[in-house]
Design a binder for this molecule. Structure first.
Ligand SMILES: Nc1nc2c(c(=O)[nH]1)N[C@H]1C(S)=C(S)[C@@H](COP(=O)(O)OP(=O)(O)OC[C@H]3O[C@@H](n4cnc5c(N)ncnc54)[C@H](O)[C@@H]3O)O[C@H]1N2
Ligand code: MOO
Ligand SMILES: [Mg+2]
Length: 391
């Protein structure tokens, strides 16, 4: 059996490149930018007023003048007027452009406004351009503001809107189908017999994928029937870039999938990884239509852990084990944990062990899982390990 590291490497090496796609600003979703974005003009594009108050000449204030006639009021969104009298001022609002001839803003809190005059009641040693966000000080026009590959979190969408990018090229998310297999499974709105269960895994997997920006994800349920599975595969491999099967990949009499995929021409790269849970993991690529096939083991914790470890693009986080843990087998162990963040900026992972990989209720009080390496059997409190948050 191969190691987790080898499995990750094989997947990175053989996963098809699905190219890029254009996403409109009106439908923001998580992916990575496929192009660099530059500022269309200076940022800010004006000398932007940062406090409600008055704008005046610093030289007049510096000379000791404390009473200023008000020439008018300047709201945001208007062409800035000209200060025609160097001894006068304008009332100005946050976000307005600094009137020409002014180089100081004084907030209302230290002023008294009466009979068309502004009186400075609490003078302070202000300097030129105090409370002014200078034109171009954040970025000049034409400067790269988002690099290709940037993860599209909410700030990035705000930046795109600001520079007038109404659509953007992103790394294309594959058209994905989750294929839940098993005669024992029923849709969640059905009442199962004791020997039946609702197909929970598919919904957990779909939720995780959607949060990662996979916009096109569907679920299908198929029985453990080789003819139906093969018919479905032939059609689905034409329609989808990524097929995520769940169940039917181990050693059972009805675990038809690994042989079926091979018969259908899918090149197998992985079957079995030295890990717990998720040992029977399968991965292959149908090179004729660039379709990737993952066979996630059916046990609910196994399928969810494998999705996070091998399919999703997860950030490299590390957390400290709160209490000792032991796992004797020479397998990488994925341990569900509840995360605590301390005021000294440490991530502390409290084990939330499960009874076995079918115990998905144990995940209710977890935030993610730690990856405990196969080379160790005993894991001491305080040791740091890679942490994967649940998507
Ligand atoms: N002789 C061996 N038996 C098993 C081995 C092994 O190495 N040798 N591996 C075990 C491990 S580890 C796992 S994990 C499971 C994986 O099994 P399969 O991928 O073949 O999955 P199934 O047999 O179809 O189902 C396993 C389990 O999960 C439940 N299940 C399946 N799909 C769903 C779903 N969509 N929602 C909820 N629950 C689901 C299913 O009912 C079974 O209880 O094999 C071990 N056996
Ligand atoms: O991988 Mo299985 O998930 O150990 O039960
Ligand atoms: Mg099985």
């Amino acid at each position: 059996m191969i190691s987790v590291e080898t499995a990750v490497h094989l997947i990175q090496q053989h996963l098809p490149d699905w190219g890029t796609e254009t996403v409109p600003l009106t439908e923001p979703r998580y992916s990575r930018l496929a192009e660099a974005i530059s500022s269309d003009r200076p940022y800010p594009p004006i000398d932007r007023i940062m406090m409600d108050g008055i704008a005046l000449r610093w030289a007049a204030y510096e000379s000791g003048q404390r009473a200023f006639p008000i020439l008018g009021v300047v709201p945001a969104g208007e062409v800035p007027p000209m200060l025609t009298d160097p001894q006068a001022c304008f009332e100005v609002m946050t976000g307005a452009a600094l009137p020409q001839g002014c180089d100081l803003v004084i907030p209302y809190e230290v002023l008294e406004i009466r009979d068309g005059m502004a009186y400075i009641r609490h003078p302070e040693p202000w300097s030129p351009y105090q409370f002014v966000h200078r034109c171009g000080s954040d970025a000049p026009a034409g400067q790269q503001v988002l690099a290709a590959g940037t993860p599209l979190h909410s700030p990035a969408w705000g930046i795109l809107a600001s520079v007038g990018q109404t659509e953007v090229r992103v790394q294309r998310r594959p058209r994905t189908q989750i294929v839940a297999t098993g005669n024992e499974l029923l849709p969640p709105d059905h009442v199962p017999q004791p020997h039946q269960l609702r197909l929970s895994n598919a919904y957990a997997l779909m939720a995780a994928l959607k949060r990662q920006g996979y916009a096109q994800v569907s679920i299908i349920h198929l029985p453990d029937d080789p003819v139906q599975l093969a018919t479905h595969y032939r059609q689905a491999s034409q329609e989808y870039d990524l097929l995520i099967y769940c169940g039917g990949v181990s050693k059972g009499k009805f675990d038809y999938l690994p042989q079926l995929w091979r018969d259908q021409g899918v090149e197998q790269y992985i079957h079995g990884v030295a890990q717990c849970p998720g040992k029977p993991l399968w991965f292959g690529v149908d090179h004729r239509q660039q379709t990737a096939v993952f066979g996630l083991p059916g046990n609910p914790v196994s399928s969810l852990v494998c999705l996070h470890r091998y399919v999703l693009d997860m950030p490299p986080l590390y957390a400290r084990l709160a209490t000792p843990f032991a796992f004797e087998q020479p397998l990488t162990y994925f341990l569900p944990v509840k995360l605590e963040t301390t005021k000294t900026a440490e991530l502390i992972a409290h084990p939330r062990p499960m009874h076995n990989s079918g115990d998905f209720l144990a995940l209710a009080d977890s935030d993610g899982f730690l990856e405990l390496p196969a080379s160790q059997a005993v894991f001491a409190a305080g040791e740091c390990y890679r942490y994967f948050p649940w998507s």
